[in-house]
Design a protein around this ligand. Structure first.
Ligand code: IMP
Ligand code: MG
Length: 182
């Protein structure tokens, strides 16, 4: 496969991600049979994942809604200080909400978002990250569905950026440290 010159290792190929997203979609069809769901996408990183996840759900009715938050701090580390820049368009009270996230890293940003959504009293609140950095979480977050595990390295692709670049890469790769050290 042709790799972008700024990445040095592919952790998950396009096909591997596709197969995993298909399993997640099938799990939603199974677990929410007879109900409907709202996929909440936390912009911008999760946009690619949620678009594919929605299409992997074959029978359960799906609505999609979006939220934008900003977290402050250095560009390769999360600070957990977040600000809602764009809120959901529709109420989620009494609804089955699935929060599609690109990656669970420290969990600081996400715990804030989940608390905020839980306060709106959805019928159910499911957190679904596609990728998880093993063992680096600073807060406990229940993950109900398996996520693809990666080592504690800065990764890009499949929605994940460095300085807003590389989101379009169809695979998940480790960014070459020379890119952010210069
Ligand atoms: P957390 O609050 O540390 O769990 O991470 C918050 C957000 O930081 C994630 O949703 C990603 O958008 C971003 N992020 C965390 N780790 C990486 C990475 O390795 N590459 C690119 N973005 C990341
Ligand atoms: Mg980012």
């Amino acid at each position: 496969m042709q790799m972008h010159p700024d990445v040095n290792k592919i952790l998950f190929t396009e096909d591997e991600i596709k197969a995993h997203v298909a399993r997640l979609g099938a799990a939603i069809d199974r677990d929410f049979a007879g109900e409907d769901v709202i996929i909440v996408t936390v912009l911008r990183g999760a946009a690619i994942f949620s678009a594919d996840l929605a299409r992997a759900i074959k029978t359960v009715p799906v609505e999609m809604d979006y939220m934008a938050i900003s977290s402050y701090g250095a560009s390769t580390k999360s600070s957990g200080v977040v600000n809602i820049q764009k809120d959901l368009s529709s109420p989620i009270t009494g609804r089955n909400v699935i929060v599609a996230e690109d990656i669970l890293d420290s969990g600081l940003t996400l715990s804030y978002v989940l608390e905020n959504l839980a306060a709106r009293e959805p019928k159910s609140l499911t957190f679904m990250p596609l990728f998880i950095k093993k063992g680096v979480q600073k807060v406990h977050i229940d993950v109900d569905y398996p996520a693809l595990e990666i080592p504690n390295e800065f990764v890009v692709g499949y929605g994940l950026d460095y300085a807003e670049k590389y989101r379009n890469l169809p695979y998940l790769a480790v960014l070459d440290p020379k890119v952010y050290s210069k």
